[in-house]
Design a protein around this ligand. Structure first.
Ligand SMILES: Cc1cc2nc3c(=O)[nH]c(=O)nc-3n(C[C@H](O)[C@H](O)[C@H](O)COP(=O)(O)O)c2cc1C
Length: 286
């Protein structure tokens, strides 16, 4: 028996906003769902322009704008992106793949051009650039979804950072942080908005509190079990027998993923030398 597909997290959580508060922006954000299936239909130049303008409208730390976006639409480039990102088929399907990069190349360039010595070789600068790039990605996602398109963020672009940098011809100080597939949804792929951890777990008043943590986690486990989220998607840990009779919800699924790096992503083992790789790519992590 298929249950009704719920399209809004407000509805899912029974949140009724008073008149005047609910608006199209909130509806788009609360209706977000990663949809991993795209039609071949291309995006118009205008739609792409609107999405990129939204991304570029994101706030950035000290207005340093320490990010770059690489727009990928050519078939062979999307094939290569998919290949380097865990062979996820939807990357090939989607008409547009945006790669959001943390970028300190430009800052180093202007610092030296202005006759100063670049002092941004630090972990803080990498973090700053990564936050700028991530916020720009989220703006692009919301903009795309507001245009009736669907999206999937792709962290697997970090599976092969050196090969990715080579293919995209990234200069030193530019790191491909995350991708975003964008396009028109293929019918039959949507599953409805995915429930989030309850507010009592992720939102704290004035000070951090773990008082309601266990209660909230149990509730969320039950929600995800009832929704059959992990049916056929259980993480098995190599060398360990499958534990029988266990409640397999978000806690068990996420715990398994966090217990061994190789279960977080197929090629997470490729990411484990990230510090060395980042230095190789022109970031100093001091
Ligand atoms: C930074 C980031 C990286 C992600 N990487 C991938 C990915 O490589 N492949 C994928 O299928 N989904 C990816 N996702 C999508 C998440 O799996 C998804 O957002 C999460 O399960 C919640 O589901 P929802 O987006 O449908 O609400 C990523 C999401 C984020 C924010």
């Amino acid at each position: 028996m298929g249950s009704r597909i719920v399209r809004s997290r407000l509805e899912l959580e029974g949140i009724e906003l008073p008149e005047g508060l609910l608006n199209p922006t909130l509806e788009i954000i609360a209706g977000h769902e990663s949809v991993r299936g795209f039609q071949e239909k291309p995006l118009s130049d205008e739609a792409l322009k609107a999405i990129l303008t939204a991304a570029r409208s994101a706030p950035t730390s000290s207005n340093l704008q320490a990010y770059s976006i690489i727009v990928i639409t050519a078939k062979e480039s999307k094939d290569r992106m998919a290949e380097l990102s865990g062979n996820q088929g939807f990357i090939r399907e989607a008409p547009v793949f945006l790669v959001f990069c943390a970028d300190i190349y430009r800052l180093k360039y202007i610092t030296e051009k202005q006759g100063h010595r670049f002092g941004g070789e630090s972990l803080e600068m990498f973090l700053l650039a990564s936050v700028d790039a991530a916020i720009a990605l989220q703006n692009a996602l919301v903009a795309a979804e507001s245009l009736g398109l669907v999206t999937v963020p792709v962290g697997s672009v970090r599976n092969n950072p050196v090969a990715m940098a080579e293919y995209l011809e990234l200069p030193p100080g530019v790191f491909a942080l995350a991708g975003l597939s964008i396009g028109y949804e293929k019918e039959g792929v949507r599953r409805g908005v995915k429930p989030r951890l309850p507010e009592k777990v992720t939102v704290h008043e004035e000070k951090y509190s773990t008082r309601l943590l266990d209660e909230g986690l149990s509730e969320y486990d039950q929600t995800m079990i009832d929704r059959r989220t992990y049916d056929g998607r259980r993480v098995s840990i190599a060398g360990e027998p499958e534990r029988e009779g266990i409640d397999y919800g978000w806690c068990e699924h996420s715990a398994r993923r966090c217990s061994r790096p190789e279960t977080i992503a197929v090629s997470a083992s490729l990411r484990k030398n990230l510090k060395t790789v980042l230095e190789q790519l022109g970031f100093s992590i001091r």
